[in-house]
Design a protein around this ligand. Structure first.
Ligand SMILES: NC(=O)c1ccc[n+]([C@@H]2O[C@H](COP(=O)([O-])OP(=O)(O)OC[C@H]3O[C@@H](n4cnc5c(N)ncnc54)[C@H](OP(=O)(O)O)[C@@H]3O)[C@@H](O)[C@H]2O)c1
Length: 264
């Protein structure tokens, strides 16, 4: 059976969600617990995880920093000593808007370390477990920002493009061995991460709605879970444009068509 057709089910084992202390991960953890999953919840903030676990006896805090490979190994071992991992949602991520005028290499590195390196640190201990079982699902929260470089999002778009490409590359090995890997590509969601945005976010969604769309997507076979549909279709259509047309159209759409080049 191809891994893409595996539908994760609480009868097959436990779930693990990273970035579970707030936003999308928190809403998803609560939803999975309500659907009968035992959910191991990872984030750095032990206090927020304890507060989350107080909402359901099925939620088990497993604090850790995804940039700490040794800790991710400990967490996967601690979970899989108890249950098979039927579903892992590698969702921890950070976002700092960044434009060329204030490009900051240290902050860009931090974003790559958490968003891309953090997922790699979870995959290393997780994949041998899934391959040995020949089943299970790992879902990676990327973003529609990974489809093309978006304005104000130089490193962030890069981290998410890297995740989409990495998941596609891994699918060649995992799917034929019964393991489903998928990417979750949401549009804008109102969370702490996007609270820094000073522009109107199109098609903005709430975390509870996003959690519902993720669980619906996981309940259907496939590789990509992307929403909201209209925004996804617009961004996918923009992928087909040549770079000059893409830059022109997006600058027009966001009102950046008034910037003059400096006089030489
Ligand atoms: N909001 C959006 O519009 C949007 C759209 C597309 C994709 N996404 C992606 O969705 C995911 C969740 O984002 P969100 O919007 O829900 O943001 P959020 O509310 O800021 O949540 C981020 C989560 O990641 C955790 N986290 C951050 N750094 C971590 C680290 N080093 N180790 C472990 N956990 C860490 C945070 O917990 P602690 O601080 O306690 O560690 C928190 O639980 C991210 O990957 C983000 O890129 C968001």
């Amino acid at each position: 059976m191809s891994g893409f057709s595996y539908i994760p089910d609480p009868a097959d084992g436990a779930a693990w969600v990273t970035g579970a202390s707030s936003g999308i991960g928190r809403a998803l953890t609560l939803r999975l617990a309500a659907q009968g999953w035992t959910v191991y919840a990872t984030a750095r903030s032990s206090e927020k995880l304890a507060e989350l676990a107080a909402q359901s006896p099925r939620i088990r805090p497993m604090p850790g920093d995804v940039t700490d490979l040794e800790r991710m190994r400990e967490i996967v071992t601690a979970i899989t000593d108890q249950h098979p991992l039927a579903l892992s949602v590698l969702n921890a991520g950070i976002y700092t808007p960044m434009r060329a005028q204030e490009f900051d290499a240290a902050e860009a590195g931090r974003m790559f370390a958490v968003n891309q390196g953090g997922v790699a640190n979870c995959l290393e201990p997780l994949l041998p477990h899934l391959l040995a079982r020949g089943t299970g699902c790992v879902a990676i929260t990327a973003s529609v920002a990974g489809y093309r470089g978006l304005p104000r999002a130089a490193p962030y778009s890069g981290t998410k493009a890297a995740l989409i490409a990495m998941a596609e590359a891994l699918a060649f090995d995992l799917a034929p061995r019964g393991v489903r890997i998928c990417v979750i590509n949401p549009g804008f969601v109102e969370t702490e991460a996007t609270g820094v945005n000073d522009f109107e976010m199109p098609f903005l969604m709430q975390p509870d709605e996003v959690a519902q769309r993720i669980t619906s997507g996981l309940a259907r076979p496939g590789f990509e879970i992307a929403f909201p549909l209209r925004f996804v279709l617009i961004l996918k259509a923009l992928r087909l444009l040549r770079p000059r047309s893409y830059f022109w159209l997006v600058r027009k759409a966001i009102g950046w068509d008034d910037v003059e080049a400096p006089q030489r």
